[in-house]
Design a protein around this ligand. Structure first.
Ligand SMILES: Cc1cc2nc3c(=O)[nH]c(=O)nc-3n(C[C@H](O)[C@H](O)[C@H](O)COP(=O)(O)O)c2cc1C
Length: 168
């Protein structure tokens, strides 16, 4: 991003199998954002993952950047689990502080369905903290595997750069 005023974009992501991470990294290059990984204290089995997501449960994560005092724009990148958000993402969202009035965007990575539901979950959580929703984008696992996600990232990045640019 090129403007006179420094805009601090934080891209926080959770990725179990690397797809969300790939997209988050590409996005960070585009918007000049800083990456922060949400790391579970312990990973559980796949069935348990789906169960925890289904019921909107939160699960312990390692310390990561949740105080947004120095952040001007937050991007949350997450996979879809059982049409919901992973428990570690739920935990991250619940811990966010000093977020009021700040803009955010959501990047959802999935096999084939559920992105809108996950966007709604993230929105509900962050809007309750006074944050302002800007945009969302979805990538498909098959496209990420094939390296076909540049255009999605580019278009998504544009919405963020436009919203983050200080008014002239
Ligand atoms: C427990 C679990 C549940 C999942 N549920 C869904 C789902 O409901 N809809 C979907 O499209 N993909 C679902 N997926 C597929 C993931 O969203 C997809 O594999 C994604 O690329 C994973 O991102 P990652 O590699 O960053 O972990 C699920 C994956 C796991 C492990």
């Amino acid at each position: 991003m090129s403007h006179g005023v420094m805009v601090m974009v934080l891209i926080v992501y959770y990725s179990w199998q690397g797809h969300t991470e790939k997209v988050a990294r590409a996005l960070a290059e585009r918007v000049g954002g800083r990456l922060a990984r949400i790391e579970p204290v312990s990973e559980v089995g796949t069935l348990r993952k789906a169960m925890m997501a289904t019921f909107g449960i939160r699960a312990a994560i390692r310390p990561t950047e949740t105080d947004l005092s120095g952040v001007n724009f937050l991007i949350v990148a997450t996979p879809v689990w059982a049409q919901k958000a992973p428990p570690y993402v739920n935990e991250y969202l619940s811990r966010v502080t000093n977020a009021s009035g700040k803009p955010f965007s959501v990047l959802v990575e999935m096999g084939n369905s559920g992105a809108e539901k996950v966007v709604a979950i993230v929105r509900k959580s962050l809007e309750a903290k006074g944050m302002r929703f800007v945009s969302s984008a979805t990538t498909l696992e098959s496209d990420v595997d094939a390296g076909r996600f540049d255009r999605t990232v580019e278009e998504f990045a544009r919405t963020i750069v436009e919203a983050a640019a200080p008014a002239a």
